[in-house]
Design a protein. Structure first.
Length: 191
């Protein structure tokens, strides 16, 4: 089974379970290999951003639940960052942007994202995606029909859990799962 098919299957199976809860015996499927664009306009392969545990959060500045969740993710980063947790915030503010229009898009979006980050005390690395990357995510079965959507990946970039929407229950589960993934990576010489 291809990585894309495995990711789609894992997500489809997980949709049958309560938000943020994945059956322990589900296989860990690889998250699609995509490139992110930082706010300076530099393309960064997701594989280069992975830690011993990685949280990928898809959000937008206009999304109320996203604005509540990102400070919670900042606290999680502050708590576990030294142990190898990486949190990546991916802004999905508008329709997919073609790569050749990314510079202009960033000129418009950077002030909004920076303003949100300053007022919320969020220092997480912020990224956007091109239309090609967003297409890869959709074709791979990554559910981005609702934001925030958050994924927890292990050191090999495989999906451990994902969360649609924001709730304190999901944040508690994410904190517990991050601790478990970091502990498993520490025992195996993870990143």
């Amino acid at each position: 089974m291809s990585g894309k098919a495995a990711c789609a299957l894992l997500i489809a199976l997980s949709l049958m379970l309560p938000a943020g809860v994945a059956a322990e015996d589900l296989p860990r499927a690889p998250f699609p290999e995509v490139d992110l664009v930082d706010l300076a306009g530099t393309s960064v392969p997701l594989t280069r951003a992975l830690g011993r545990a990685t949280v990928i959060n898809f959000w937008a500045t206009w999304c109320g639940p996203c604005r509540m969740e990102l400070p919670e993710l900042q606290r999680l980063s502050n708590e576990f960052g030294r142990r190898g947790l990486v949190i990546v915030a991916v802004n999905l503010e508008s329709q997919p942007v073609p790569a050749d229009k990314m510079s202009r898009y960033l000129d418009l979006m950077r002030p909004r994202i920076d303003s949100f980050s300053r007022t919320s005390n969020v220092t997480l690395p912020m990224y956007v995606v091109t239309d090609l990357t967003q297409n890869v995510l959709y074709e791979s079965g990554v559910p981005l029909d609702r934001i925030p959507t958050t994924f927890l990946l292990d050191a090999k970039g495989r999906v451990v859990r994902f969360y649609k929407g924001f709730s304190q229950e999901a944040m508690r589960d994410l904190r517990q799962q991050v601790g478990a993934v970091l502990a498993e990576g520490a025992g195996k010489g993870g990143k």
